[in-house]
Design a protein around this ligand. Sequence first.
Ligand SMILES: [Zn+2]
Ligand SMILES: [Zn+2]
Length: 346
Amino acid sequence: MKALVYHGPGKKAWEEKPKPVIIKPTDAIVKILKTTICGTDLHIMKGDLPDVTDGRIIGHEGVGIIDEVGSGVGSFKKGDHVLISCITSCGKCEYCKKGMYSHCTDGGWILGNLIDGCQAEYVRIPHADNSLYPIPAGADEEALVMLSDILPTGFECGVLNGQVKPGDVIAIIGAGPVGMAALLTSQFYTPAEIIVIDVDDNRLAVAKTFGATQTVNSADGTATEKVMKLTGGRGVDVAIEAVGIPATFELCEEIIGAGGHIANIGVHGKSVTLHMETLWSKNITITTRLVDTVTTSMLFKTVQSNKLQPKQLITHRFKLDQVIEAYETFGNAAKEKALKVILEND
Ligand SMILES: [Zn+2]
Ligand SMILES: [Zn+2]
């Protein structure tokens, strides 16, 4: 089969790899129908994630058809259409039983990281019963690709951890796919104001169409002043960090109001300054989380009922064998006006 293979920082190739085989009875082999590229994959390509080794097939999102199941798989059979979760979980270990699938002792985020991933014609999914979701006939499978990672990530790490409530003033820093997913899912809770902050005017314009009530371009370094003005000097109730650099986390610390929640989603490669000299008395909660994908079934239902319309996040479509070109487009997101790219295998 063909797959996108990482060969060290800055090096990748669309090349021939052996088709995956069942290793454990709980495995399934899935033929990929649609997959996508994540911001995390760009970090991998830069060499920011040293656990990813030369020869690894990248990718942790997608939908497909079951090609083969191990003898221990009870919920799926050959021919079933499935959604692949970015998080693999056994459902049996102490962490899984707490709903913390991200820290499963025999799973977590391993796909396209510690084991071969989804940007390929076929992928092996361990613990298939707990790590795949059945797709009913007639569902819009392209929209469902957004459920592998970005929707649960924006919702669980941003909206749930931030404890967004009706009437809240919330700020989302970073209008990439995950920030947009937080923007869409925060509206389950009818916040009064949603302020989206980014450096890209195109993304801010798109955020307005997705429900942002205010947008702030932070490129000139005056985002804090602008947000304080918008909130009458009080700051926001919830600040959702969806970038992962020191400047954006520190912006959250500057704009958070008394009693507020700072919910970090961003993947941070560098340490940030914790401004306890201003935060110590403000009753602030700061949360971090790796997505557990425990809300995937709930989000699935909201997509099926059209309450949530994640398809609007898809800006570009490619054939799977055009994956290198798709990386170029996604890697130049501002210039290409790209959010999510769909890669289709046929
Ligand atoms: Zn991802
Ligand atoms: Zn587990």
